[in-house]
Design a protein around this ligand. Structure first.
Ligand code: ZN
Length: 309
């Protein structure tokens, strides 16, 4: 079986004002890195049709989904929140990102792919039940987790979030949902301000914050001491990775100093946990990562590691 890659030029068409870090060039950098010969064996699929409002409402209030759709401009770029912008195709593109995550879940849960990576944008983990935040419109990771539960009978789904920012949206949506485990490493203090170890939901949330300046050793300890034991206790039927690469040392938005090899080690530890509990099933979703070289190099090593399953 192979690793599935979902990528599509449609993801270039969600745009923010010049200078915004969450930019289409992120997709170009990843596409170029994954065009190299070692990635010839990836099964490449384009983005499916947009997720329906009903599907998006598995993680969000219906009124919020309608509000985003109505806020999309006919032309130009409009702010919808401090850091988050809409361009004419943004609703459709964000809904196609969510649909891509669900397609990856379908393929992995049905056993047609051993694992999957979705090179999608906009990211999702800051999107709350009823408001946008931090470049995010729809919470791809929770929508994907609930797809695994609704369509494939998964009882327990784990979301592991190694983006350097805490996934406040993911945490808020699953706060009292014991069927979804949310584990996060992130820099603290940093935007959005949530993610303290004391935030535990209904026992389903594990926050392992890192201090500014932390590096691979602290990141590896967060996995070994907090995240992997939580996964083993939870025994998920699927692991979803909120794979942001902004904890890379080159990234301009944070002060964590990870290398490509640190993301390889984290990928391997999650692949081993997935082997122990769920036949190796992993769906990895791009979140942040704003230095193009750090992002492309890290995604390449992450995907190359997934391909060794
Ligand atoms: Zn981030």
């Amino acid at each position: 079986m192979s690793t599935l890659l979902i990528q599509d030029p449609i993801f270039l068409e969600h745009i923010a004002p010049a200078g915004h870090p969450e930019r289409p060039d992120r997709m170009r950098a990843i596409d170029q890195a994954l065009s190299a010969p070692p990635f010839a064996d990836l099964v490449r699929v384009g983005a499916p049709d947009a997720a329906t409002a009903e599907l998006l409402a598995t993680a969000h209030k219906e009124s919020y989904v309608a509000e985003i759709r109505a806020a999309v401009p006919d032309e130009g770029i409009v702010p919808i929140e401090a850091d988050t912008y809409l361009s004419p195709r943004s609703y459709d593109i964000a809904a196609r990102a969510a649909a891509s995550a669900c397609l990856a879940v379908d393929e992995v849960m049905a056993g047609r792919a051993s694992n999957a990576f979705c090179a999608i944008r906009p990211p999702g983990h800051h999107a709350e039940p009823d408001h946008t935040m931090g470049f995010c419109l729809f919470n791809n990771a929770v929508i994907a987790a609930r797809q695994a539960q609704r369509k494939h009978g998964a009882e327990r789904v784990a979301i592991v979030d190694w983006d350097v920012h805490h996934g406040n949206g993911t945490q808020a949506i699953v706060w009292d949902d014991a069927s979804i485990l949310y584990c996060s490493t992130h820099q603290m203090p940093l935007y959005p301000g949530t993610g303290a170890p004391s935030e535990t939901g209904c026992g389903n949330i594990v926050n392992a914050p890192l201090k500014p300046g932390a590096g691979g050793t602290e990141f590896e300890m967060a996995f070994a001491d907090r995240i992997v034991p939580a996964l083993d206790a939870f025994a998920p039927d699927l692991i979803i990775i909120s794979a942001g690469f902004d904890a890379h040392w080159r990234d301009p938005l944070a002060e964590i100093n990870l290398s490509e090899e640190d993301f390889v080690r984290a990928t391997l530890s999650l692949m081993e946990a997935a082997q122990r509990h769920c036949g190796g099933r992993i769906v990895s979703l791009l979140e942040g990562g704003y230095d193009l070289a750090g992002l492309a190099g890290s995604v390449a090593m992450h995907v190359a590691t997934l391909m060794k399953a």
